[in-house]
Write a protein that binds this ligand. Structure first.
Ligand SMILES: [Zn+2]
Length: 158
Protein backbone atom coordinates (compact mmCIF):
# COMPACT_ATOMS: atom_id res chain seq x y z
CA UNK A 1 0.00 0.00 0.00
CA UNK A 2 1.47 3.39 -0.94
CA UNK A 3 2.29 5.98 1.68
CA UNK A 4 -0.77 8.22 1.74
CA UNK A 5 1.36 11.35 2.09
CA UNK A 6 4.00 10.22 -0.38
CA UNK A 7 3.41 12.88 -3.03
CA UNK A 8 3.64 15.75 -0.58
CA UNK A 9 6.59 14.49 1.42
CA UNK A 10 8.92 12.58 -0.85
CA UNK A 11 8.57 14.03 -4.34
CA UNK A 12 9.06 17.57 -5.50
CA UNK A 13 6.78 19.32 -7.95
CA UNK A 14 7.95 22.70 -9.13
CA UNK A 15 6.11 25.11 -11.39
CA UNK A 16 8.14 25.64 -14.54
CA UNK A 17 6.65 29.09 -14.97
CA UNK A 18 7.38 30.67 -11.57
CA UNK A 19 9.63 28.00 -9.94
CA UNK A 20 7.30 27.72 -6.92
CA UNK A 21 7.26 24.36 -5.16
CA UNK A 22 3.79 22.79 -5.11
CA UNK A 23 3.36 21.10 -1.75
CA UNK A 24 -0.17 21.84 -0.60
CA UNK A 25 -3.19 19.85 -1.67
CA UNK A 26 -1.33 16.81 -2.91
CA UNK A 27 -1.82 14.59 0.13
CA UNK A 28 -3.85 11.52 -0.79
CA UNK A 29 -5.23 10.88 2.68
CA UNK A 30 -6.19 7.59 4.27
CA UNK A 31 -6.97 4.61 2.08
CA UNK A 32 -10.61 3.70 1.68
CA UNK A 33 -11.51 0.11 0.84
CA UNK A 34 -12.44 -0.19 -2.82
CA UNK A 35 -10.86 3.12 -3.75
CA UNK A 36 -7.99 3.19 -6.24
CA UNK A 37 -5.26 5.05 -4.37
CA UNK A 38 -3.20 5.78 -7.50
CA UNK A 39 -6.21 7.35 -9.25
CA UNK A 40 -6.91 9.38 -6.12
CA UNK A 41 -3.27 10.45 -5.90
CA UNK A 42 -3.22 11.53 -9.57
CA UNK A 43 -6.51 13.43 -9.16
CA UNK A 44 -5.18 15.27 -6.08
CA UNK A 45 -1.97 16.07 -7.93
CA UNK A 46 -3.89 17.43 -10.94
CA UNK A 47 -6.18 19.43 -8.66
CA UNK A 48 -3.19 21.02 -6.89
CA UNK A 49 -1.68 21.98 -10.25
CA UNK A 50 -4.98 23.41 -11.48
CA UNK A 51 -5.32 25.42 -8.30
CA UNK A 52 -1.81 26.83 -8.72
CA UNK A 53 -2.41 27.71 -12.38
CA UNK A 54 -5.76 29.32 -11.56
CA UNK A 55 -4.25 31.49 -8.84
CA UNK A 56 -0.85 32.32 -10.38
CA UNK A 57 -1.12 31.87 -14.13
CA UNK A 58 -4.68 32.66 -15.25
CA UNK A 59 -3.50 33.33 -18.81
CA UNK A 60 -2.40 29.69 -19.14
CA UNK A 61 -5.74 28.38 -17.87
CA UNK A 62 -7.64 29.95 -20.77
CA UNK A 63 -5.39 28.17 -23.26
CA UNK A 64 -5.66 24.87 -21.39
CA UNK A 65 -9.46 25.02 -21.33
CA UNK A 66 -9.55 25.72 -25.07
CA UNK A 67 -7.10 22.91 -25.81
CA UNK A 68 -9.08 20.54 -23.58
CA UNK A 69 -12.31 21.32 -25.40
CA UNK A 70 -10.62 20.83 -28.77
CA UNK A 71 -9.18 17.50 -27.66
CA UNK A 72 -12.61 16.33 -26.53
CA UNK A 73 -13.99 17.36 -29.93
CA UNK A 74 -11.25 15.32 -31.60
CA UNK A 75 -11.94 12.25 -29.48
CA UNK A 76 -15.67 12.53 -30.11
CA UNK A 77 -15.15 12.96 -33.85
CA UNK A 78 -13.22 9.68 -33.98
CA UNK A 79 -16.58 7.86 -33.82
CA UNK A 80 -17.75 9.60 -36.98
CA UNK A 81 -16.68 10.29 -40.53
CA UNK A 82 -17.49 13.29 -42.61
CA UNK A 83 -16.85 14.41 -46.15
CA UNK A 84 -16.50 18.03 -44.97
CA UNK A 85 -12.87 18.87 -45.76
CA UNK A 86 -12.78 21.89 -43.45
CA UNK A 87 -13.85 19.78 -40.45
CA UNK A 88 -11.39 17.04 -41.36
CA UNK A 89 -8.62 19.65 -41.69
CA UNK A 90 -9.49 21.13 -38.28
CA UNK A 91 -9.54 17.72 -36.59
CA UNK A 92 -6.22 16.82 -38.19
CA UNK A 93 -4.74 20.10 -36.92
CA UNK A 94 -5.95 19.36 -33.38
CA UNK A 95 -4.53 15.82 -33.58
CA UNK A 96 -1.19 17.06 -34.94
CA UNK A 97 -0.84 19.65 -32.17
CA UNK A 98 -1.65 17.03 -29.51
CA UNK A 99 0.88 14.64 -31.08
CA UNK A 100 3.66 17.22 -31.17
CA UNK A 101 2.84 18.56 -27.70
CA UNK A 102 2.92 15.13 -26.09
CA UNK A 103 5.80 13.62 -28.06
CA UNK A 104 8.43 12.49 -25.59
CA UNK A 105 11.39 11.75 -27.87
CA UNK A 106 12.93 13.20 -30.99
CA UNK A 107 16.17 11.96 -32.51
CA UNK A 108 18.17 14.83 -34.08
CA UNK A 109 20.22 14.36 -37.26
CA UNK A 110 23.63 14.13 -35.52
CA UNK A 111 22.43 11.21 -33.37
CA UNK A 112 21.21 9.34 -36.45
CA UNK A 113 24.40 10.19 -38.37
CA UNK A 114 26.58 8.94 -35.50
CA UNK A 115 24.59 5.75 -35.02
CA UNK A 116 24.67 4.87 -38.71
CA UNK A 117 28.38 5.74 -38.98
CA UNK A 118 29.10 3.10 -36.32
CA UNK A 119 27.70 0.42 -38.63
CA UNK A 120 30.85 0.78 -40.79
CA UNK A 121 28.93 0.62 -44.06
CA UNK A 122 30.37 1.68 -47.37
CA UNK A 123 29.70 5.40 -47.98
CA UNK A 124 26.85 4.77 -50.45
CA UNK A 125 25.01 2.39 -48.10
CA UNK A 126 25.70 4.66 -45.13
CA UNK A 127 24.07 7.57 -46.92
CA UNK A 128 21.02 5.47 -47.86
CA UNK A 129 20.58 4.20 -44.30
CA UNK A 130 20.89 7.74 -42.91
CA UNK A 131 18.28 9.00 -45.38
CA UNK A 132 15.96 6.13 -44.51
CA UNK A 133 16.41 6.56 -40.75
CA UNK A 134 15.70 10.30 -41.00
CA UNK A 135 12.65 9.69 -43.19
CA UNK A 136 11.39 7.10 -40.68
CA UNK A 137 11.96 9.54 -37.81
CA UNK A 138 10.14 12.28 -39.70
CA UNK A 139 7.19 9.99 -40.44
CA UNK A 140 6.88 8.81 -36.84
CA UNK A 141 7.42 12.28 -35.35
CA UNK A 142 5.41 14.03 -38.07
CA UNK A 143 8.25 16.35 -39.02
CA UNK A 144 9.56 17.59 -42.37
CA UNK A 145 7.44 16.41 -45.27
CA UNK A 146 5.15 14.57 -42.82
CA UNK A 147 4.44 17.63 -40.65
CA UNK A 148 0.99 19.15 -40.51
CA UNK A 149 0.70 22.33 -42.56
CA UNK A 150 0.57 24.50 -39.46
CA UNK A 151 4.12 23.46 -38.56
CA UNK A 152 5.63 23.99 -41.98
CA UNK A 153 7.63 27.06 -42.82
CA UNK A 154 5.55 29.70 -44.57
CA UNK A 155 6.13 29.57 -48.29
CA UNK A 156 8.41 32.22 -49.73
CA UNK A 157 6.42 32.20 -52.93
CA UNK A 158 3.39 34.42 -53.19
ZN1 LIG B 1 3.72 28.98 -11.10
Amino acid sequence: MPDTNESALTHLTKCRLCKQDITKGTEVGPAIIGENQQNKKRAKYAEALKSHLASKHKDKVVGLIGAGHEFMELLGSMYFETTDPSINRDMERIRAVAHRTTRKHYMPDPVIDDGVARLNLDPFAEDLVKQFAKAMRDALCEEGQYANEIFKEPSLTV
